[in-house]
Every structure is written in structure tokens, then in C-alpha cells.
Write a protein that binds this ligand. Structure first.
Ligand code: ZN
Length: 240
């Protein structure tokens, strides 16, 4: 077998193609529940119930308001991992619903919502090119599109590569990410809600908030689909 080498100009489109093909395959091929492996359904009724939004609010280390929709544990963790790491984009719509609920709450409670007629913009944390190529999709952007919220501001760019965060503790994560992002262009007068999928220590979202503010923009809230148990211990969360 000889590896097929594609011209560089084709590579960026492969991700989109892969995602579309996986969705098409899910329609014709037998599938199983992402959460519990039961046959025939991408998400069984019992696992779908676990995705009912359980909105909680807290604050990032810098004081920015934070809203989360789910707790990253048990079946929720299994579903989110399968969506992010195993190409199970067939559950994007199911995961989009709780994220949309959290964004809706953040919008409704944003301090500027009544002061300015200007709509808030959603902003995501950029994924690395390597992660995009490996997955074939940007998990957070796909959730936003699935929720009918496609107009995401593309305002943040990485200034450099950074180490994988997974094995780092909170202070090491903060050091690893300090200055990692910058605004693509001046953001004065613009307001944002920053959105991410899983929040562990808050360092990634805090870096995104810092970069937007450094660019002259304002962040009224951060939103995450799911918060890890590590986070429950770090922040005083308030249920609704
Ligand atoms: Zn299930």
C-alpha cells in the first residue's frame, strides 16, 4: 500500500467531508447509543434524559460570570467524549440543546442586555489545526451551528503552540496558557459571550476573556457545555 498524498490545497476540506460522511453513514448503517451502547439509536431515551440542562452559575478566576449546562460525569462524560474524540457527530443536536439553554440564560442576565441595543457576539476558543484535522470538525462550532447559532465571531488567534493541558494542574495550566491568544483585530465597543465545551479549571476560558479584553472588547459572560468535578471544588456554583 502506498500512502496517498493530497495537495495541501485539498487538506482543509477533508475535515468537513469526513464529518458529512460520518453523518451520512449514521443514517444507513446500524448505530448504537453513544451513552450506553443500546442498539439502533444514536441516543436512547434514557441517555437523552441525562442531557436535560442543569444550569449552574459561577465565576472564572478573574471574576467573569460563568454559566454551565451539564456536569461532566457518568453518562454525560461518555457522550461528550464520544462526540469530541470518536466522531459521534450524530449527537451534536442533542448536545446543542443544553448549550443553547446556557447561552440563553447568559444572554438574558448579561448586564449590558438592557443598556445597549447592540447584540452580543458569541466567541469560541480556537482549536489547533492538528485537532481539527484529527477530528474533522470543531466541536464547539458544530454545536453552535446545530443550535441554530452559526454566526460565531472569529476574533481570537493563537500566538503560539501550547502544551497539552490534560496532565497539568491549575497553576501549570495558567502558566501554559498565559498570552496564548490574541485578538485578530481591535475589538473596542464590541461585547462577547465566550463559549467552550468542557471547562476543567477555567484557565482556557480565562485566557480567551483576557485576550478579548486586551483587544479592547468586553466579555459579559463565559458559557461551557459541561463542567468537570474538579471545577465544582474550585468555584462556588449556584444551582437554579
Ligand atoms: Zn443510552
Amino acid at each position: 500500500m502506498t500512502p496517498i498524498r493530497l495537495p495541501n490545497s485539498v487538506a482543509p476540506y477533508l475535515g468537513t467531508l469526513r464529518s458529512a460522511l460520518l453523518d451520512a453513514l449514521a443514517v444507513v448503517a446500524p448505530t448504537s447509543c453513544v451513552g450506553c451502547a443500546a442498539d439502533d439509536r444514536a441516543l436512547c431515551a434514557a441517555c437523552a434524559l441525562e442531557l436535560r440542562p442543569r444550569l449552574e452559575r459561577g465565576r472564572l478566576p478573574d471574576g467573569t460570570a460563568l454559566v454551565t449546562a451539564l456536569r461532566y460525569e457518568a453518562v454525560v462524560r461518555t457522550i461528550v467524549l464520544a462526540y469530541k474524540e470518536e466522531g459521534r457527530t450524530d449527537v451534536a443536536r442533542a448536545l446543542a440543546a443544553p448549550l443553547a439553554a446556557a447561552i440563553g440564560f447568559a444572554l438574558s442576565t448579561a448586564p449590558s442586555a438592557t443598556r445597549h441595543p447592540r447584540p452580543l457576539q458569541l466567541c469560541t476558543v480556537p482549536t489547533s489545526r492538528g485537532a481539527f484535522r484529527r477530528r474533522g470538525y470543531d466541536p464547539v462550532r458544530l454545536l453552535l451551528r446545530s443550535a441554530g447559532l452559526p454566526r460565531t465571531a472569529d476574533v481570537l488567534v493563537p500566538t503560539r503552540r501550547h502544551e497539552n493541558q490534560k496532565l497539568l494542574d491549575r497553576s501549570a495550566r495558567e502558566q501554559n496558557l498565559a498570552g496564548w491568544l490574541r485578538a485578530r483585530h481591535p475589538l473596542s465597543g464590541q461585547e462577547f459571550i465566550v463559549v467552550d465545551d468542557v471547562i476543567t479549571t477555567g484557565s482556557t476560558l480565562a485566557e480567551a476573556v483576557r485576550a478579548i479584553r486586551e483587544g479592547g472588547g468586553d466579555v459579559v459572560s463565559a458559557v461551557a457545555l459541561a463542567s468537570t468535578p474538579k471545577l465544582f471544588g474550585n468555584f462556588a456554583f449556584t444551582g437554579f
